[in-house]
Design a protein around this ligand. Structure first.
Ligand code: NAD
Ligand code: DAU
Length: 332
């Protein structure tokens, strides 16, 4: 079986690529290597997969790749993935997440692919209050330019299943964290800023809630869905570990033995979703998957990974400083 993995040099895509290679699949990675992509994430499987640097909106080059590689299955991760960046500029989100997904679906349809795994997100459902959960039948109600672009890609996949009988499975994971995450997302931002004794920007009052899923658990869920999932179905992938942002920040500060005085409450993210929470009965019952890593274990492992890999993170810092300035404002 040969997998064509888009976005395989990204955070979750690389974790999945390593698992797929180690599980004996033939692997072709297609990645544009944007600021978020880095082949260093794949160094432990170097030489064991084929790599193409390509934009997923480049139909001609993609057709050439599909024709020469003849993959059986597409696992589609490639996306602009950060909510704050979609607020600064939505254009690349529309291009990559919507037009790129449509391009891939068209090619997959034309070559009659065996299976198309469309990686969506829990953010397509919109936000919850303090109570309740989203199940796979909950209506979509996305709120940010990012989540709207992901909901569009999610719906396009399901439309290609319904209209053209393309075998599509839609996966909606919750917030991932762990090694190799680009330090624009909450957990690596906090680790990095705390290590440098810099102010830690917490949006609003830090009361928003996310469901934290360790990245290797997510990769395992995706692999198991390839083996056991049913075409046309949607599966939520969540851990059950819900935390307020402020509690995530305090946990990291405690592990690093840093003072809570580093916390700085900053202007809230515009349109900030309050809470996400997934009902995962379907994936547990039909696929037999359940998250293995508790938040306490996962966060300890993540902090340790960043401490052990400061070289990698420091190489990202120059680009990050400019970005941090634009998202958090001057002097933060
Ligand atoms: P990421 O930003 O770390 O990686 C995205 C990858 O896609 C990068 O390697 C980048 O180079 C590549 N890419 C971007 N635009 C491209 C283009 N036009 N053509 C080809 N490649 C391109 O993202 P991630 O956090 O690993 O997320 C992967 C997928 O999972 C995304 O679809 C995201 O929406 C989804 N998701 C992420 C999370 C999370 O918490 N990180 C949770 C749920 C779903
Ligand atoms: O829920 C799944 C989604 O999780 C994925 O689809 C997205 O690709 C991924 O980026 C993530 O989105 P979030 O917006 O939830 O993640 P982020 O790490 O950006 O923020 C997590 C929470 O922390 C959110 O409530 C905003 C808050 N936050 C974030 C940053 C970067 C802060 O308070 N301060 C910060 O500096």
């Amino acid at each position: 079986m040969k997998l064509l993995i888009t976005g395989g040099a990204g955070f979750i895509g690389s974790e999945f690529t390593k698992l797929a290679v180690k599980s004996g699949f033939g692997v072709v990675v297609v990645d544009k290597l944007t600021y978020a992509g880095d082949l260093e994430r794949l160094k432990e499987v170097d030489g064991k997969f084929v790599f193409y640097k390509s934009d997923i909106t480049n139909r001609e080059f993609l057709e050439h790749i599909f024709k020469s590689e003849k993959p059986d299955i597409v696992v589609h991760f490639a996306a602009e993935s950060h909510v704050d960046r979609s607020i600064l500029d939505a254009t690349p989100f529309i291009d990559t997440n919507i037009k790129g997904t449509q391009t891939l679906l068209d090619i997959a349809k034309d070559i009659k692919i065996e299976l198309f795994i469309n990686i969506a997100t829990d953010e397509v459902y919109g936000e919850l209050g303090k109570n309740g959960q989203f199940s796979e039948t909950s209506p979509l109600n996305p709120n940010s330019p990012y989540s709207v672009s992901k909901a569009s890609a999610d719906m396009l996949g399901r439309a290609y299943h319904r209209t053209f009988e393309l075998p599509v499975i839609t996966l909606r994971p919750s917030n991932n964290y762990g090694p190799w995450q680009y330090p624009e997302k909450l957990i690596p931002v906090v680790i990095l800023k705390a290590l440098n004794n810099e102010k830690i920007p917490v949006y609003g009052k830090g009361e928003n809630i996310r469901e934290w899923l360790y990245v290797s658990d997510c990769a395992e869920a995706i692999l198991m869905t390839i083996k056991k999932g049913k075409s046309g179905e949607i599966y939520n992938i969540g851990s059950g570990f819900e935390k307020r942002n402020i509690d995530v920040v305090k946990t990291i500060l405690k592990i690093l033995d840093k003072p809570e005085s580093l916390i700085s409450f900053v202007k809230d993210r515009p349109g900030h979703d309050f809470r996400y929470s997934l009902n995962t009965e379907k994936i547990q019952k039909e696929i037999g998957w359940k998250a293995k890593t508790t938040f306490e274990e996962g966060i300890e492992k993540s902090v340790k990974w960043y401490l052990d890999n400061l070289d990698w993170v420091n190489r990202k810092l120059k680009h990050l400083r400019n970005y941090w300035k634009s998202v958090y404002g001057e002097g933060k």
